[in-house]
Design a protein. Structure first.
Length: 577
């Protein structure tokens, strides 16, 4: 739609402002009331926010184009506009649902219990959850690059304290690492925005899309902003902060960080490349983004299989799954180098992001429940966990299977869309990456399944009670990820996408993926899949090499060098086009 059609508020546009304001108003009201009222205010905001997201979705379906709301009635470039198209609406609805699920789970750990004083962690958690929600909504509907900078900083400064809610020295160091590296990314993003404003006199995205040319100032801005956003998203090799952040954070905080916080910066990369600067972006630079994504899939998956704690396995699987979110960028280009497939690629990316958000939130919550029930989350000692905690184990395994991309999960639809784009554009090598990544995901699903269903050497004792509501919340989010293919019924997806879903070819591919995953787990895990004892030599030694490489990449000097190299390589590839 041309920019001139976006200079007036539309019916339902005011709902966008309400969706942004509601969490922040809830924060202020909770601070004013204080004490135990904070959790109650949060639980009032959650259903209201979900209802607003549903109302926005319905208004978008009835509208001829994007929903628009002009703040103060002033059109850009003098004013600021909030806009919501299909990807924005889908992400807002998904985030609202995930926030509600996480809130129900967190009630057990951060709820206000009668007769007990309000804890510092509980007071902070509900405020930060609302802040993350409001900042994400602002990211999804902002039409101005500086407003997006403000939203991203709000998101970062709400995410950092979630890392150190436990208050230990280790978590404080992890939070400081996250904050400093994210601020480095912010500097690069802001520098790119300054270049764009100096060159074109506006930061409104539709206006920029109309005037941007493939010239050095635009290429430099896109390279800088992309590198900065990759640092915030923790795409390999810029994941210096992600594993330590999850190591000591509570499960309810890890679910927010993995499922929600990283989606804000990724969504802005999607906007910049596909909507704001499609004429500046190049197929060569897009190959770089997907190459980093492929490396993330391999390294994250291998190191995940080497972990000894369940929560760290999920953290490294997040590193791998972030890589999937960047495979869409080269697949937006057709064989001639034009961005003819960007709508198909964008749909796949949004589906993958939503599938990851729901599944990974459920998996982190399940890992936290296992720890609370057993008193540990050591993978080699999880025998009997399936009987001790069936709902949580089901949530973990269902989430993992959903991320593999099996029917009827959202990741299945995303993978089919990306495979279709790869076939149409002649980029066959990304089809191999997609299938290989699914095999790696199957590897740690098989590994954990064999551990939790194994018979313990002695009956489990000293089991702690865990919240039934928290278990159902984790299971609900995992099942939601597994059922996201229902979006094909109501969403603007190609017809016939599920026509051959139950064909012998598809079922055979699924069996091959599980078999390949079992082989990868057997070869790379620290312990044999069956029995006990030290891991056999062979590929397990290769896994050790990956671990050493991962530790080296996550050092400060290596990470900062990688950040500069990514920015430089992206700029060079853009200039070559």
């Amino acid at each position: 739609m041309p920019a001139t059609d976006l200079w007036a508020s539309t019916d339902g546009g005011a709902l966008l402002a309400a969706a942004v304001l509601l969490p922040f108003v809830g924060m202020l009201l909770a601070l004013l009331l204080g004490g135990r009222w904070l959790q109650r205010v949060a639980f009032v905001c959650m259903p209201l926010g979900l209802a607003l997201a549903v109302a926005i979705t319905m208004a978008w379906f009835d509208a001829p184009g994007p929903l628009v709301y002009l703040l103060g009635g002033w059109p850009p470039p003098l004013g600021i506009a909030l806009r919501a198209d299909g990807p924005s609406v889908a992400m807002m609805l998904a985030v609202a649902g995930v926030v509600c699920g996480i809130g129900l789970f967190a009630r057990a750990d951060f709820g206000s219990k009668p007769g007990e004083p309000e804890s510092r962690g509980a007071f902070a958690y509900w405020l930060l959850l609302l802040a993350v929600w409001g900042a994400l909504n602002l990211v999804f509907v902002s039409g101005d690059l500086f407003t997006l900078y403000v939203a991203l900083e709000l998101l970062t400064f709400a995410g950092v304290p979630l890392v150190c809610l436990a208050g230990s020295g280790e978590t404080l160091r992890a939070a400081l690492r996250y904050m400093l590296f994210a601020l480095c990314g912010s500097v690069l993003y802001l520098l790119g925005a300054v270049l764009l404003y100096g060159g074109y006199g506006t930061l409104d995205m539709p206006l920029l899309a109309d005037v941007l040319q493939p010239e050095p100032i635009a290429m430099a801005a896109l390279a800088l902003m992309t590198a900065g956003l990759l640092a915030k998203t923790a795409l390999f090799p810029l994941h210096i902060w992600l594993p330590p952040a999850h190591g000591g954070a509570p499960a309810a905080a890890s679910a927010v960080l993995s499922a929600l916080v990283i989606k804000g910066s990724w969504f802005l990369v999607l906007r910049l490349w596909l909507d704001v600067m499609p004429g500046v972006a190049s197929a060569q630079a897009a190959q770089l983004l997907a190459g980093l994504g492929a490396a993330a899939i391999v390294v994250g998956s291998v190191v995940a299989l080497r972990q000894q704690r369940l929560k760290l396995l999920v953290a490294y699987s997040t590193v791998a799954q972030i890589g999937y979110l960047f495979l869409l960028f080269p697949l937006a280009f057709d064989a001639a180098g034009g961005m003819a497939l960007r709508e198909l690629a964008a749909s796949a990316g949004v589906l993958q992001a939503i599938a990851h958000a729901t599944a990974k939130a459920g998996m982190f919550m399940a890992a936290g429940l296992v720890y609370a029930r057993l008193g540990h989350d050591r993978i080699d000692e999880l025998a009997g966990a399936a009987r001790a905690l069936p709902l949580a184990v089901a949530a973990f395994l269902i989430g993992g299977v959903a991320l593999m991309g099996v029917l009827p999960s959202g990741a299945y639809l995303a993978k089919k869309l990306l495979l279709a784009s790869a076939d149409e554009s002649g980029q066959w090598w990304w089809s191999w990456v997609l299938q290989g990544g699914a095999a790696f995901t199957a590897g740690y699903v098989v590994l954990i399944a064999l551990r939790v269903f194994a018979r313990p050497a002695a009956p489990l004792t000293d089991l702690k009670p865990v919240s039934r509501l928290a278990q159902w919340a984790a299971l609900a989010l995992a099942v939601a990820s597994l059922l996201l293919s229902l979006a094909a019924v109501v969403g603007p997806l190609p017809a016939g996408l599920l026509a051959k879903a139950f064909s012998p070819e598809e079922l055979g591919t699924l069996l091959v993926l599980f078999a390949a995953g079992a082989l990868l787990a057997a070869a790379l895990a620290r312990r044999p899949l069956f029995g006990s004892g030290a891991a056999r030599p062979g590929l397990a030694g290769l896994g050790t090499v990956f671990e050493v490489g991962d530790r080296w990449v996550r050092q400060w000097a290596s990470a900062m060098l990688a950040l500069l190299l990514v920015a430089g390589a992206c700029g060079w590839l853009l200039a070559r086009a």
